[in-house]
Design a protein around this ligand. Structure first.
Ligand code: ZN
Length: 207
């Protein structure tokens, strides 16, 4: 009887923790489990669209997250996501959290429009406005192995996001960097660049 009450109590506590983590935009227990799988190089496994289980996560919409730089779990995750996009065996110029199994609005983008092309992290990012003409450009994706393809993207966008110090910012991005932002924000909406290519002959095998 006593055990039964304790079991019930722990179940309630678990549900309470789960609900409060959803409501405050903190990681859920299952997300924390994924983050614990950071390997000894400090990276997480990149999900691939050809894997059925992975593709379910890649095609899911991401939720917002509280961009609290004091949160150790978020610090660890953001660092691991950065190390993953910088993997010398498979380097990228941008990455989104769903690509490592976390459906939360976190992306890293290499800012080719800034001196030294630094990588920067963005939270709860949205595109507020598209402007300029659409231009065709070649894209690839860490989650779509061995392919590249031509996608038409807006040459200028206005983005709104939270910084790691929980400041909300609006910024206009132009050129190639705007393309990277559009690609990564698509990931947060469960869209892959290949979904934007109607004419599949524009998808080229690289290996
Ligand atoms: Zn991608």
């Amino acid at each position: 009887m006593k055990n039964h009450i304790i079991n019930k109590l722990s179940l309630y506590l678990f549900i309470l923790f789960f609900l409060s983590s959803c409501a405050t935009g903190r990681f859920t227990p299952s997300e924390l489990q994924i983050i614990q799988n950071i390997n000894k190089e400090g990276r997480l496994r990149v999900l691939l669209v050809e894997n059925t289980q992975d593709s379910i996560v890649l095609y899911k919409k991401s939720k917002s997250i509280n961009a609290d730089s004091e949160n150790t779990e978020l610090q660890n995750f953001v660092q691991a996501l950065f190390k993953t996009v910088q993997d010398p065996n498979k380097p990228g110029i941008g990455i989104a959290a769903p690509q490592v199994g976390i459906n939360r609005s976190v992306i890293w983008v290499q800012r080719f429009d800034k001196e030294g092309a630094p990588f920067e992290v963005y939270f709860n990012i949205k595109i507020k406005n598209y402007s300029g003409e659409k231009k065709d450009g070649m894209e690839g994706c860490l989650s779509v192995d061995n392919y590249r393809g031509t996608v038409a993207r807006a040459s200028e966008i206005t983005i709104e996001y939270d910084t790691f110090t929980q400041q909300n910012k609006v910024e206009i991005i132009k050129g190639f960097t705007a393309v990277i932002f559009q690609h990564e924000i698509d990931h947060l909406n469960g869209i892959l660049y290949t979904d934007r290519i109607q004419d599949k002959s524009l998808l080229v095998r690289t290996q």
